[in-house]
Ligand binder design. Sequence first.
Ligand code: HEM
Length: 76
Amino acid sequence: ADEGGLMTLVTATPEEGFALAVKLSQKAVGTTQTDANVRQVLRGAYAHDPDSLIAVSQVVAINFQTISAANNYWRE
Ligand code: HEM
């Protein structure tokens, strides 16, 4: 079963690959801060901080690079 949705890096499309990159990034946060209540409290802070949002984009971009490579850049 595809428990956490992280059983494979292989996706059908780049769009699905990007969604997986976001999920993978969030998974790291959930692994690091396991208290959902603390994450909820911190959400407001990072969601309104441009630098935090740029940092989020960077983490997602790095994961997207890995996923893109794993999918051979979706080339035929
Ligand atoms: C919501 C991505 C880091 C806490 C979300 C959403 C996305 C996202 C896409 C959904 C927004 C929506 O649909 O409303 C990410 C990524 C992260 C990251 C890619 C890191 C690279 C964090 C951190 C925290 C956090 C560091 C707190 C410690 C939350 C919480 C929500 C949320 C609590 C739910 C907000 C709600 O439902 O009102 N995040 N996030 N996230 N994030 Fe993050």
